[in-house]
Design a protein around this ligand. Structure first.
Ligand SMILES: NC(=O)c1ccc[n+]([C@@H]2O[C@H](COP(=O)([O-])OP(=O)(O)OC[C@H]3O[C@@H](n4cnc5c(N)ncnc54)[C@H](O)[C@@H]3O)[C@@H](O)[C@H]2O)c1
Length: 286
């Protein structure tokens, strides 16, 4: 692809997010190395990509040729050195642990050129703190993708105070080349997406608690009155009440704002095991 700024990309972590990031990048015509700790994890990631593409063919969204071209751009590896050497963009999608991400960025200095852009798919950790472990923090940027990556159009680009402007420009072109719409956000807890989404979700739960309306009616109000594709309570059920409770606590503390404080009703539901879709019961029966 002509406006693609990166010629070779490595994705670190082949889980839920990593395989999707590798897929959309390979589909844009870029050779991608997908790295994970075990060959099982790598194979699982590649198999997920193949399944996504097959579903795309069944729906008429992907051609047989495009699937073959995407798969040909992908290779799996269990060596970080093999994955990262010669890449101009490395994106990490390893579990949400600061120490893990920092040690990875530290190690990457051994295998990457000074010009290599280092992206992190963290959903909540400060980009500046992750970047502090890199040899050159100015090359580090948040690339917050959404699940499932091959379907969701948004790419939230998060810059810390030191992120270089040429990194942001390159990432802007990359986002375009992989068919995403980028939003550019300062490195603040919750970025733009979680901060607004969680605030709405917490207020909706407080409204159920106060008996303002039923969960169904609050969701319908947002869907039909504000054109949201899904109501805030159904979305909380999909994400998981336990997951959102932790994010709410984190944002309340970090932003010093009680609007993010999880309501008692939410704490009680989590205590009872009503976690949303994954437990079969949340604000809805699943
Ligand atoms: N799941 C989501 O909806 C979502 C959305 C946006 C952002 N994120 C963020 O993306 C990141 C990854 O999340 P996920 O849901 O894909 O997790 P996941 O558990 O599905 O995948 C993580 C992968 O990383 C691998 N891994 C662990 N340690 C590693 C290491 N040292 N080197 C290489 N690989 C390693 C694991 O084997 C696993 O395959 C997290 O930071 C998360 O916060 C997740």
């Amino acid at each position: 692809m002509s406006n693609q700024p990166f010629r070779r990309v490595a994705v670190i972590g082949a889980g839920t997010m990593g395989h999707g990031i590798a897929q959309v990048t390979a589909a844009a015509g870029v050779p991608v190395a997908l790295y994970d700790l075990s060959s099982d994890a790598v194979e699982r990631g590649l198999a997920h990509i193949e399944k996504n593409l097959e579903k795309g063919i069944a729906r008429g969204k992907v051609t047989v040729e495009a699937k073959a071209a995407t798969m040909a751009n992908l290779r799996g590896t269990t060596s970080l050195e093999d994955a990262a050497t010669g890449c101009d963009l490395v994106i990490e999608a390893v579990p949400e642990k600061l120490a893990l991400k920092q040690s990875l960025f530290q190690e990457l200095a051994r295998f990457t050129a000074p010009s290599t852009v280092l992206g992190t798919n963290t959903s909540s950790i400060s980009i500046a703190r992750i970047a502090s472990a890199a040899q050159d923090p100015t090359r580090v940027v948040g690339l917050h993708f959404f699940n499932p990556v091959h379907i969701m159009k948004l790419l939230e680009v998060v810059h810390h105070p030191g992120t270089s402007s040429d990194v942001i420009d390159a990432v802007r072109s990359y986002g375009k080349a992989i068919g995403k719409t980028c939003v550019f956000v300062k490195d603040m807890p919750g970025f733009a997406t979680s901060r607004l989404g969680v605030a709405l979700g917490m207020e909706a739960i407080r409204m159920v608690e106060d008996g303002v309306a039923s969960a169904e009616d609050i969701d319908t109000a947002m869907v039909l009155g504000y054109r949201h594709p899904i109501g805030p309570l159904k979305l909380t059920d999909l994400v998981g009440l336990d997951v959102r409770l932790h994010i709410g606590e984190y944002l309340a503390r970090e932003l010093d704002n009680p609007a993010f404080e999880p309501p008692q009703l939410m704490r009680d539901m989590v205590e009872r095991g009503q976690l949303g879709k994954k437990s079969g019961h949340g604000f809805y029966r699943w």
